[in-house]
Every structure is written in structure tokens, then in C-alpha cells.
Design a protein around this ligand. Structure first.
Ligand code: ADP
Ligand code: MG
Length: 602
């Protein structure tokens, strides 16, 4: 029989349990250490990460430092120099406030810290041999603090087991770091990965105020879209909003590059994200997203920061007031796009360009496409599916049989012409009429061509001037992985830092917006860097996306020869009847159907 026995848990175990809440993985250590360095008033912070932070995380700063006599106390639970009462908690503006981080970190890793307090003559070092066994000795240090955290969770195999690969943990660290990099342009951040400096962000502003600067943003996020972002501003109802939102032409499928800060603290609040999208109503296609960086300043008494142990979420006293302000700020920012657009709008603009020019085919740089809305995609798909009921019922999903193909080849065309600059009408001698969606047809042709790389050599075109495009770290990683994949399909590029230099593309892509093409490919996976891993499953999606960027598009006038060429290549496709996205390519009508529509019986 088991006997009743009450145990008092040793402090180390208590701290380790608490760590479960605060310190989950290397990224959480980085966050806590960074918070501390920032609270110490640092203007330069260096972060070193080895092996995804599992082997080493070291953060050094030039902040006020820690007096030698407090060195051991700061590692005890519930010690903090930041708050002393509950009232403080409510008006707290600093980052850390629970006095818990260091005590938990020291229970799950090997820690040492050197610091020189601003008012002291010499520095001191504390080194932990185990949870409660440490040495303190004097040490040289100019000013500020350096803390090193080694072998995370080495003493807790159950937790260590949950860590992912170094690469994944490193990416999570970046996810933590980026918001800080963005909101503190006044701090010089240096990042070292596996003993190699990978980022050195010079201080841009020397104001203490937390703010967003375009130069810093573009250094961190690296995309061309940053330059096109619109400035946000709102002041009212006790709320101040500043920051930047994406230009409507930069709408995206992913939720990447979205940042929210409240009183300088990176947080996430889906209500705010929704409010942004609402601000874009009718500026971007339904369901699409935009990049944004929103900084909200609000009286600290109107928020409760202590909701989340990792401080990633906060509670607003009146969330709807915040959401409404965000939406208004976004709408105001977008007005500048509209008025600019109107002033520059050619008089015959509307008659020139169909209002449903879809995202893929518009010129990114032109102002004209700013508020050119995409026709609601789902309804247009529904329409064409309805239209093509007949062809779908006839459609052989396996593709055409040899016999079917032969009979198609033998059909004689009586008439071929284009309507609305987007459909090709073909009248056959055997009383059949085809209406072909020219873009969908071109997509199908390219898709099959790209799918059969080994059987079919791709016709490449060398670019006289290599096309250079900038991407984020994650995207560059994906582009490195996919180099061979793209090469086999006619896309050749070199990767240099955060840019790729495109040297050749298949002839069909000479006029395509390649940045847009790659962006859409990246949006197929939540993490672009995972694309290559899922390549088996995603291959068709990637090829379909690529095919969508071929040169024959909706709205383009075609010559008779081009139409015939498209037709001839289409009937050689395994499945000429539907585009790679599953939309119909051909609507086939019999003369008898047309006749019966007019109630003709002869
Ligand atoms: P908290 O940040 O919530 O106060 P921590 O456990 O993170 O709790 O830190 C405990 C204390 O150690 C802080 O209140 C601060 O006084 C001191 N401290 C930690 N890191 C630094 C640093 N880099 N520079 C100066 N003081 C620091
Ligand atoms: Mg702290």
C-alpha cells in the first residue's frame, strides 16, 4: 500500500516547473534577455546564437549594468528592480516585470553573467556551477552586461526532446528578434549566428521614443514592398497610432510581415489585424492580406499587459475603440493612394483597361492598378463552371485518349477569331463551336510543358541584363533549395545575400513579373523555407502558379496565327479541357444546342 507523504519541492524543481510557462525554447530565452537589455537603457545589443540557441545564447549590452552586490539576488525568484507594488504593475512601461526570467533560466541551463554597474569602478562575474552553487569574482568589463546561457534543457531531457532542429529554433529566434529590430531603430543590434555576424543594424534615430522607421524596416524585412508602404497616423480617443501599411498592390495570401506594437511591445491581436483588413475594404481582393507595421500608443492604464505569461497578448479595456481607430487610420492612409490615382488617371482609363484585370497580369509598378479591383474570384469561377457544365460532364479527368486526340487533330477549322480580347471562338466543320479561355489555355499548355521537363526540353531565353530581385531570409533559403528545380524548368538564377539574379527564363516568361511569380509560389507554404520539404505535394501547385504567369493573358489581343498556335498546342495537351487550377478552358457547343436555344427545329 502506498503511504501518504507530503513533500516540499526543492526550489530548483519549482523554478523548472515555472520555466514551462516562461521558457519554452531558445527563442523565449532570447526574448527575456533582450527585454532586460532594453530595460537597462542599452543603445547597442549583440545577440550570439550557436546551434539554434540550444548550445549558446549570449546577449551583451551597454546598459546601466548590475551592482556586484545584487549579482546573485537577480537570479532568485521574484526579484526585480522594476516594480515594487501592484500599482506599479498597472502603469508599467518597461518590458520585463515579473522578476522571474533569470531565476527560471538558471534552473534550465548553464548561466554566467558579467556586468559593470554604471556607478561602479569595476565589473564582476557570476558563474553558476549548478542551480544554487555559484562563484562571484571581479571581472573586467567596460560597461553594461553580458549574459551567456549554455546547454539549454540539458538537465531536463523531457523538455529538450521537444526542441526542433537548430534551423527551426533559429527561425523562431528570428521571429522574436525582428519585432525588436523594427521598433527600436535607436538601438544598434548585432546578430551573430554560429560565430558569424549575419546582421548589423546601425542606429538610425537617437530618439528614445519607440518608433518605426522605413530605413530600418527595409533593412530588416528586405522586401521591395517596404518602399511602397503608406504612412499611418491617427491621434484621438486617447490612442496614438503610427506606422506603415502595405500599398494595395502588395496584397498577399500570407500573413507574413505583419507586426503590431503596443507601447513599444511586440504583441499579436487578431482583432487589430482584422481592423486593418477592414480598412482595405474594396482596395484589395476579398480574403487577401497586406503587410503592416502598426505601433499603438495608449495610456498604460487602459491595458493589461500581464495576461500572457510570455507577454505576447494584451487585454485592452476597450478593444473596439482601438479597432475602430486602427481602421480609421488605415482608411486615411489609403486616401492618398486614391487621390493620387485620380489625378494621374488618363481620361479614357476605364475604357482602356478592364476592371477585372487580375492581380497576376497588372503591372506592379503602375499607379493605375492601385485600385483596380480583381473581380471576385470565387464568383467568376462559379460562373465559368456553370457555363461549362457540358464540357465538364464530358471531360475525361485522365486526359484525352489517343483516339480522341486523333479526331481532334483531324477537325477542320472553318473560322477562328477573338472576342473581348480574352476568348477565342472556333467554328469547326463538324458543327461544333469552341469558346476557349485564352489565358486558361496558355496556362494548361505551360503547365504540361513544365511538368514534363525530362521529355521536353524547355526553350530558355537568356536575359541580357540579369533581373535582380530582393527577398527575405526565409525566401532566400527556399530559393537556394529550389535552385535545381527551377533550373530544370528554364529559370536560372544566382543567389547573392538577399538577392537573386535571374539569368534566364523560359521564353513564355520573358514578360512576366518574376517577383510576383515567386511571391505567389512562396505563398503556397506557410513557411517558404519549408517549400522544398513539401515539394512532392506542392509540385503541381507550384507549376500551376508558374503557368499562371505565362505571357498570353486575358485582355491581350491575339493575331490569327497566335490563336491557331494556341489551339494546336492545346489539343496536344493531355487534358486540354481544364486549366491547372481546375477551371475550364474550353466551352464546347453543338450547333444543335444553339438551334434549340432559338427553338429552331431545322
Ligand atoms: P525582471 O526583468 O522581470 O525584473 P528578470 O529575472 O528578467 O526579472 O531580471 C531580474 C533583474 O535583473 C531585473 O529587474 C534587473 O534589475 C536585473 N537585470 C537583468 N538583466 C539585466 C541587464 N541586461 N542589465 C541590467 N540589469 C539587468
Ligand atoms: Mg526580465
Amino acid at each position: 500500500m502506498k503511504k501518504f507523504k507530503l513533500n516540499k519541492l526543492p526550489q530548483e524543481i519549482v523554478s523548472q516547473i515555472a520555466a514551462g510557462e516562461v521558457i519554452e525554447r531558445p527563442a523565449s530565452v532570447v526574448k527575456e534577455l533582450l527585454d532586460n537589455s532594453i530595460d537597462a537603457g542599452s543603445t547597442k545589443i549583440k545577440i550570439k546564437v550557436v546551434n539554434g540557441g540550444i548550445d549558446l545564447i549570449e546577449v551583451s549590452d551597454n546598459g546601466i549594468g548590475i551592482p556586484q552586490e545584487s549579482l546573485s539576488d537577480i537570479f532568485k525568484g521574484h526579484t526585480t528592480s522594476k516594480i515594487s507594488s501592484l500599482e506599479d504593475l498597472n502603469t508599467l512601461l518597461t518590458m520585463g516585470f515579473r522578476g522571474e526570467a533569470l531565476s527560471t533560466i538558471v534552473s534550465v541551463a548553464k548561466v554566467s553573467l558579467i556586468s559593470k554597474y554604471i556607478e561602479a569602478d569595476t565589473g564582476a562575474e557570476i558563474e553558476f556551477k549548478s542551480f544554487d552553487d555559484f562563484d562571484i569574482k571581479s571581472a573586467a568589463r567596460e560597461s553594461g552586461t553580458v549574459i551567456s546561457v549554455k546547454n539549454l534543457f540539458n538537465n531536463i531531457p523531457a523538455r529538450r526532446k521537444f526542441l526542433k532542429t537548430a534551423q527551426t529554433e533559429y527561425r523562431r529566434i528570428l521571429n522574436i528578434l525582428y519585432p525588436y529590430f523594427l521598433i527600436y531603430p535607436n538601438i544598434n543590434f548585432v546578430l551573430e549566428k554560429n560565430r558569424k555576424e549575419v546582421m548589423n543594424l546601425k542606429n538610425i534615430s537617437n530618439s528614445k521614443e519607440k518608433s518605426l522607421h522605413k530605413d530600418r524596416i527595409s533593412e530588416v524585412l528586405k522586401g521591395d514592398f517596404v518602399q511602397r508602404m503608406l504612412k499611418l497616423f491617427f491621434n484621438g480617443a486617447g490612442i496614438k497610432i503610427s506606422g506603415f501599411v502595405g500599398h494595395p498592390s502588395d496584397h498577399q495570401k500570407r500573413t507574413s510581415n505583419q507586426y503590431i506594437f503596443v507601447n513599444g511591445r511586440p504583441i499579436w491581436d487578431s482583432g487589430i489585424a482584422r481592423a486593418v483588413v477592414q480598412g482595405y475594404e474594396r482596395y484589395i481582393p476579398f480574403g487577401e492580406k497586406v503587410p503592416f507595421l502598426i505601433s499603438i500608443e495608449i495610456n498604460p492604464e487602459l491595458i493589461d499587459v500581464n495576461v500572457h505569461p510570455k507577454k505576447e497578448e494584451i487585454r485592452f479595456l476597450n478593444p473596439y475603440r482601438v479597432y475602430a481607430s486602427v481602421e480609421e487610420a488605415v482608411k486615411k492612409a489609403l486616401v492618398s493612394v486614391t487621390s493620387y490615382h485620380k489625378e494621374n488617371e488618363p481620361k479614357n482609363y476605364l475604357s482602356k483597361q478592364p476592371s477585372f484585370v487580375s492581380k497576376e497580369y497588372s503591372n506592379k509598378k503602375s499607379v493605375q492598378r492601385d485600385i483596380t479591383f480583381e473581380k471576385n474570384r470565387s464568383s467568376s469561377v462559379k460562373d465559368s463552371l456553370l457555363f461549362s457544365k457540358e464540357i465538364l460532364s464530358e471531360k475525361n479527368s485522365e486526359g484525352l485518349s489517343f483516339k480522341q486526340k486523333e479526331s481532334l487533330r483531324n477537325e477542320t477549322i472553318r473560322n477562328i477569331f477573338q472576342i473581348f480580347n480574352k476568348y477565342i471562338v472556333i467554328e469547326f466543320e463538324n458543327d461544333i463551336l469552341w469558346i476557349v479561355d485564352q489565358h486558361a489555355g496558355a496556362e494548361r499548355i505551360t503547365f504540361e510543358k513544365l511538368s514534363k521537363v525530362n521529355k521536353n526540353s524547355i526553350e530558355k531565353q537568356q536575359l541580357l541584363v540579369p533581373n535582380e530581385i530582393q527577398f527575405s531570409d526565409e525566401e532566400i533559403e527556399a530559393l537556394n533549395d529550389l535552385k535545381q528545380f527551377f533550373k530544370e524548368r528554364g529559370f536560372e538564377y544566382d543567389v547573392k545575400d538577399n538577392r537573386i539574379q535571374i539569368k534566364s527564363v523560359p521564353v513564355e516568361f520573358v514578360e512576366s513579373d518574376l517577383k510576383l511569380l515567386f511571391d505567389e509560389i512562396f505563398s503556397l507554404s506557410e513557411h517558404p523555407s519549408q517549400l522544398y520539404k513539401g515539394i512532392k505535394k506542392l509540385k503541381d501547385d507550384i507549376l500551376a502558379t508558374m503557368s499562371c504567369h505565362t505571357s498570353i493573358r486575358s485582355g491581350q489581343r491575339l493575331h490569327r496565327e497566335e490563336m491557331l498556335d494556341l489551339y494546336n498546342r492545346l489539343i496536344e495537351c493531355e487534358n486540354p479541357y481544364s486549366c491547372p487550377h481546375g477551371r475550364p478552358v474550353v466551352w464546347r457547343l453543338k450547333l444543335s444546342d444553339i438551334d434549340s436555344n432559338f427553338e429552331r427545329t431545322y
